[in-house]
Design a protein. Structure first.
Lengths: 214, 243, 214, 243
């Protein structure tokens, strides 16, 4: 059986299904931002954006753009009924203070000790893209990562230990890739779901960390 | 064909988190004082909003007295005048420790303190507010010149920063915050009236379980976003107690 | 010539005259609170109260009391046009962050090194009345003190060194008493003004710290 | 007779404070860009509000370019896209140092950084906001777990608090803050529109000289007290720049 890895929307949708009503959720830039598109509008999930929006709603109609309302990716959004605004220090108080039920970030690598690396490919890289990821990663109640299972060159991104500079230590709880969903437990990565046709053996071949069956 | 997770029937359950997986509208209103007070354990630290009579959740304090939790640590601006709900908690022997910025000699807390019958921790008022903000904001410690040159610094860690002696202060989190709002909606978004904010928004951030009494109920969306002072994400339960 | 020491209102009025338009001012409880009554209503001085009121106005008419609007002494007040509200942490950020042009406090003692003692008469006193005085004293651009020149027993309160537990070190800039106005300079207390009939010698007799003529 | 200071003719002058002693209504509006920019010195640290294009005081940045101050330290969320006012300041060689949370490789700041032609300090975005709040709030230092386990902590002071490694962070004050508001009155009270608060209220607190451009002018009292986000006490100058 052929396997068809998920595309970006597929990964986002996979993640979206697992976000229960009532959670406060921050979505990082990139694929995580797409997650909101796959949460049904009638499911009350409150999305937080670092720039001080609590209750980010879907994109506006092209003729109804509010130029003063963007998300952390600087994309025009709407405010959900019940939403409100805070300034940047209070917005990160929400993140750092443990008020986010969930943060979903992209990453270069995650490791079986829960480490995440998502801001630089080497310690010497001059142009650093830290943004708010470190604050979000240490502060959220749960950190989920959405990323391709391997690099374009086929190198594993699910590692025993991260090889790139860390964003935070020991914080990752779950990973959605284009091939599988992995939970991080005290024993290491446990496979919770795989795309049709994928086997544990084939998945392990694409993974540096040891995988346990769920 | 592009992969699309919506085609899969298997769903990763989140029941392990102890959260309901069935969709359920957010509604933080509780409809009885008993429901508002459910689960407050003996030994809890209670953050108690208000300044003077303004913004003080007196009905919730009465509810706490009814509820029966004991061995409490109460955090409030002051030790309470005679006739206040704090005095009632104290007189019922339900308070193990009082954390506040001052105690009036002519009050039950003052008299208990003078007799050595009450543990009291006195904190400068601004430091008290900031320690609760730190708890809510994930700041694990901070330095302030407030009190560094005083008796309150005795035996504590200080550090000179920019030529100024500073005290190291730690967060002051609560198990429960009891606060009063002017208006609330089902998400728990709160507004306050005039000077009735005082400690309430800070305590809402700093407690694991924030219980608000509100004088008015608003439909979701009725409170203008720019007037919401405490976003509902900081609030767990709201009880309507009309003025 | 007989001397008539000022009463509480007289001290408050003396202080009030020296507060220029545009200042942000916190008035401590007791005599300092009276200072506001002697600032003409058309002089735009912004009074700050610790409980989060910026722009405290005069007392309301008895039939127009707003039960939700009090000052730090828990007295009913009004809000001046242009005034606003903040919560307690932000209110003390104003105090501690150096945004107050002036704080006026009462005191038990002040000393020629700028120390102030205003919260306990001994280290052993069980009932401590700290309140917000320590935050205000360290944070304001200027700290002025208004207090009786001596205790009821005639003991000096203007000291070489404070004998009571300190509120803050080296912060006092000016003292208004019922007898005189003293500025605290690098050389010590300088007499700026005295009530009619008072002489420098008579004032010095009632003062432990050395007084310099202005 | 009770003593009454009003009977005395002698007044203690406050001229020593360098403030006018004549009554003068508070009016923070300035009426030209030149007046808005007066006194910004070479070597200043400039806090620059905004996030993306929202709440960014572009007109004031243009004014700063006209004004001519050099050797500046710019504090902003990011290093600026090509075409932004930050890029223009950089291309004119007016920036000595950039303090921000990220730099895009495909931008002038990214290219200067790669060539080693620009000093850049990268701070996690939440820490950056909190350091400015600390500057405004008189907090002389604080601990946070953010970044403590990363390269950004190298050579810096850490401390374990509650079993968690934390970094010691110091305040980040500005000489000048340039911010954008939606509406302002003569006291300098400010409101913001929708997500245009972002860094602006925090920077207003953190600078010695806060200069706001406002899209709208309100009479004093016209802004409802509960909608004022930045009290005028944090604002020194306001320039009306209609949308």
């Amino acid at each position: 059986m052929d396997i068809t890895p998920l595309d970006r929307n597929g990964m986002a949708a996979w993640c979206a299904r697992d976000i229960p009503e009532g959670w406060l959720v921050n979505l990082g830039i990139g694929i995580p931002t797409l997650v909101a598109d796959f949460v049904p509008a009638d499911r009350e999930v409150i999305f937080h954006a670092e720039n001080g929006v609590i209750g980010v709603g879907p994109a506006p109609a092209p003729d109804a753009i509010n130029p003063f309302l963007i998300n952390a990716s600087t994309t025009h959004v709407t405010l959900r009924t019940g939403g409100s605004y805070v300034h940047h220090a209070d917005s990160f108080a929400i993140a750092r203070g443990g008020h986010l039920d969930l943060c979903v970030l992209g990453a270069f690598e995650v490791a079986e000790n829960g480490d995440i690396a998502n801001w630089a490919r080497s310690a010497d890289e001059p142009v650093k893209q830290v943004g708010g990821a470190m604050d979000l990663a240490i502060g959220a109640q749960r950190l989920w990562v959405v990323m391709e299972h391997t690099t374009r060159e086929g190198e594993p991104r699910i590692r025993q230990r991260c090889t790139y500079p860390l964003t935070a230590k020991g914080v990752v709880k779950r990973v959605y890739t284009n091939l599988a969903v992995l939970d991080l437990t005290a024993h290491g990565f446990v496979v919770r779901d795989m795309i049709p046709g994928m086997t544990l053996e084939a998945l392990q071949e694409r993974t540096e960390a040891r995988l346990l069956s769920g | 064909m592009t992969g699309d997770a919506r085609q899969f029937t298997a769903t990763v359950s989140t029941a392990a988190d102890g959260r309901a997986t069935l969709p359920r509208m957010i509604d933080k209103f509780v409809h009885s004082m008993a429901d508002a007070m459910t689960g407050i354990a003996d030994g809890s630290t209670i953050l108690l909003g208000g300044f003077g009579d303004v913004g003080t959740p007196t009905a919730l304090l009465d509810g706490l007295i009814q509820q029966g939790a004991r061995d409490l640590t109460i955090v409030a601006v002051a030790g309470g005048r005679d006739g206040s709900a704090i005095e009632q908690l104290l007189s019922l022997g339900r308070v193990r420790k009082l954390i506040c910025s001052f105690v009036r000699p002519a009050s039950l807390s003052g008299r208990l303190l003078q007799r050595g019958d009450l543990e009291v921790e006195i904190i400068p008022q601004g430091t008290m507010a900031e320690r609760m903000r730190a708890a809510g904001a994930g700041i694990t410690g901070f330095y302030t010149p407030t009190g560094a040159d005083t008796l309150l610094a005795e035996g504590r860690e200080t550090r000179e920063i920019g030529g100024r002696l500073c005290l190291l202060e730690y967060p002051l989190p609560g198990d429960v915050a009891l606060i009063e709002a002017w208006s609330a909606d089902r998400w728990g978004n709160l507004t306050y009236r005039d000077s009735a904010q005082n400690f309430n928004p800070v305590m809402a951030m700093a407690a694991k379980l924030t219980i608000a009494m509100t004088r008015n109920v608003a439909a979701l969306g009725e409170l203008a976003p720019e007037t919401i002072v405490t976003p509902g994400i900081f609030v767990n339960r709201v009880l309507h107690v009309p003025l």
